[in-house]
Unconditional design. Sequence first.
Length: 171
Amino acid sequence: MTGVIIVLRVIHIVSGIFWVGAALFTTFFLFPVLSAAGPAAGQIMAGLQQRRFMTVMPLSALLTMGAGLGLYWIVSGGAVLTYSTSRVGATLAVSALLAVIGFLVGMFVMRPASMEAGRLGRELASGTEGARDESKLGRLEHLQARAARASLTMAILLLLAAVGMAAARYV
């Protein structure tokens, strides 16, 4: 059983580091650059999509959450409801809930807005006739702002989740 716990902890911690770190990078560095780039942001988003960033992020999140769920099950001895009434169990459960909400915000708000902004940005950057109308530029700015707000929400939730998990055994 110790081997399983070690493997699950490594998966949980390493994929969690990537997930939270990438969320913080995206929020505080990438989205401000994309916003300033205007239509050229489409090329940057295309590059990220080619590198499969939009696939790797949710996969790292799913690995983190799956390994965390496995660890919670093992540590609770299968008595999840009883364990969740303890201070440690409750802290871990609330932290996990924050991470799940962050994941949902990322998947259902940030990701679609980012992908649509990338598509629209590429279209605007193509320079074809009619591609640069003002309504499309306004739509691009709206999508970029929506993705940035969702990213900030997700980053805060993930950061709180990580802090809660790191501190859980000491509460």
